[in-house]
Design a protein around this ligand. Structure first.
Ligand code: GLN
Length: 495
């Protein structure tokens, strides 16, 4: 039998069903790993060992009766953006540092219904705004990976950095993430794990703290695509509580993994070949193309002509929506109140004390692009360009079934290498935001290590609600890459 920390989510599920291991011992092993590693990694904001043990006991009872859902007894981590009834939900912001929701998000309710065991709430960039997980009010997250030639502390990517780090380090078997412009895919790539941003509307947004409502989408993060497929099947589905959730049946995602890719057409968007792209990223992309070719796909050169407007469009639309969504943190409806003599004084003090710098910057920019006189020039124009970006994808998908690109323009970098210029940080999202703006599904798989020994990911982008095609193609990449490396800081490693 595999060591407890060697299990993938899928193999743990099988071992639990076969009663070779118990949910409680699996949970205890993961809680121990958290104890051992997470004071350093800081991937959890809130640990919930008692809840986990209780859920694990119930899972064991269900398993003993030959019952239990598809995640019965599986230790999971929840990004601290999903409201969890009775468990503090902070969005990694000071303003929500004492918020205990009286309701459960639909995604986490689904996972619980299927028997998932919640080990705690995972760290993220404040309100999911960022690509480094360094903007959290609860401190940054350390990537469990290390450069081969230095001991520098690396970023896990963001905003789902806690989710990615916890999965990579073996603290949980899977984690929820959210992706507004890349927050599942980029940290997955930085930490050497898999992650899926499903089609917009696939998973309910009910009970997920909103960043940019027309872009936010929940998705799974885990070591393998099979693990992600199992989680997604549980997380996805129509929800009458979210008007943008779409009523299409949830397929058997796990079964799609083995479909193969013969006859599939894979597009390589020429505009993604950025001038000055890191040669190692380019080489990995070529490797991915070669792997898919060997598996029998036809590679097609395609054009997404509006790609270069992706980033500016995203940083207008997302920030406009964020400025509106974050208006509710006023110390009355939501938010840690700072008492002052006047109402305006109270609002100002509450928001000044509660929000970090990046969040304030985005509220200011978002308010600006929505203000009278600038609305037409920025927001309205960005909405039009967004339509053009979506049409780019629609046209490309007349010719091809999926698109292959790198996930991020670099591997993980050191905490102190984070650029001080926010625009430089925003460039991390260059390959991920177009799919977000278009609403189409995309995933990242770990595909290799760079010359400094940290993981790099490849991204596949697909048609609306064709996650299964992505999984089939992704599985071929995953098998060819055979990424079995583990990070330096890992539950199975030396203390
Ligand atoms: N890095 C992007 C941003 O800072 C995306 C974040 C996300 O997807 N939540 O907005």
């Amino acid at each position: 039998m595999a060591e407890l920390h060697d299990f993938t989510l899928a193999s743990a599920r099988d071992a639990l069903k076969a009663r070779e291991i118990s949910a409680l011992e699996l949970t205890e092993a993961h809680l121990e790993a958290i104890e051992k590693l997470d004071d350093r990694l800081n991937s959890f904001i809130t640990r919930t060992p008692e809840l986990a043990r209780e859920q694990a006991r119930r899972a064991d009872e269900a398993l003993a009766r030959g019952e239990g859902g598809k995640l019965c007894g599986i230790p999971l981590g929840i990004k601290d953006l999903f409201a969890t009834k009775g468990t503090r939900t902070t969005a990694a912001s000071r303003i929500l540092s004492n918020f205990i929701p009286p309701y459960e998000s639909t995604v986490t309710a689904n996972l619980q219904k299927d028997g998932g065991v919640f080990l705690g709430k995972l760290n993220l960039d404040e309100f999911a705004m960022g690509s480094t997980n360094l903007t959290s009010a609860f401190g940054g997250v350390e990537n469990p990976w290390k450069y081969s030639d230095s001991d520098a502390r690396l970023v896990p990517g963001g905003s789902s950095g806690g989710s990615a780090a916890a999965v990579a380090a073996g603290l949980v078997l899977g984690a929820t993430g959210t992706d507004t412009g890349g927050s599942i895919r980029q940290p997955a790539a930085f930490c050497g794990i898999a992650g899926i941003k499903p089609t917009y509307g696939r998973c309910s947004r009910f009970g997920t703290v909103a960043f940019a409502s027309s872009l936010d989408q929940a998705g799974p993060m885990a070591r393998t695509l099979q693990d992600c497929a199992i989680m997604l099947e549980s997380m996805a589905g129509f929800d009458p509580k979210d008007a943008t959730s779409v009523d299409v049946p949830v397929p058997d995602y796990e079964a799609a993994l083995g479909r193969g890719v013969k006859g599939m057409r894979v597009g390589i968007p020429r505009e993604y070949r950025l001038a000055g792209l890191d040669p190692e990223i380019d080489a990995l992309w070529e490797q991915g193309i070669a792997w898919l070719k060997e598996a029998g796909v036809e590679i097609v050169d395609v054009s997404l002509p509006h790609t270069r407007y992706g980033l500016p469009t995203y940083y207008i639309v997302a920030l406009a929506e964020a400025s509106s969504n974050l208006a509710r943190y006023d110390g009355v409806r939501f938010g840690e109140r700072q008492m002052r003599d006047t109402l305006d004084g109270m609002y100002e003090a509450t928001r000044a004390a509660g929000f970090g710098d990046e969040v304030k910057r985005r509220i200011l920019l978002g308010t600006y692009v929505l203000s009278s006189g600038y609305y037409d020039a920025y927001y309205l124009r960005a909405q039009k360009v967004r339509t053009l970006l979506r049409q780019d994808f629609q046209k490309a998908f007349e010719k091809v079934d999926v698109l292959l690109t790198p996930t991020a323009p670099s591997g993980a970098f050191a905490w102190d290498e984070k650029p001080t210029d926010p625009i430089q940080v925003y460039l991390n999202d260059v390959f991920t935001v177009p799919a977000s703006l278009a609403g189409v599904p995309a995933l990242s798989v770990p595909a290799g290590l760079n010359s400094r020994g940290v993981p790099l990911g490849l991204q596949l982008i697909g048609r609306d609600f064709e996650e299964e095609t992505l999984l089939a193609a992704g599985h071929v990449l995953e098998q060819a890459a055979n990424f079995t490396h583990r990070p330096t800081l890992h539950a199975g490693g030396a203390a």
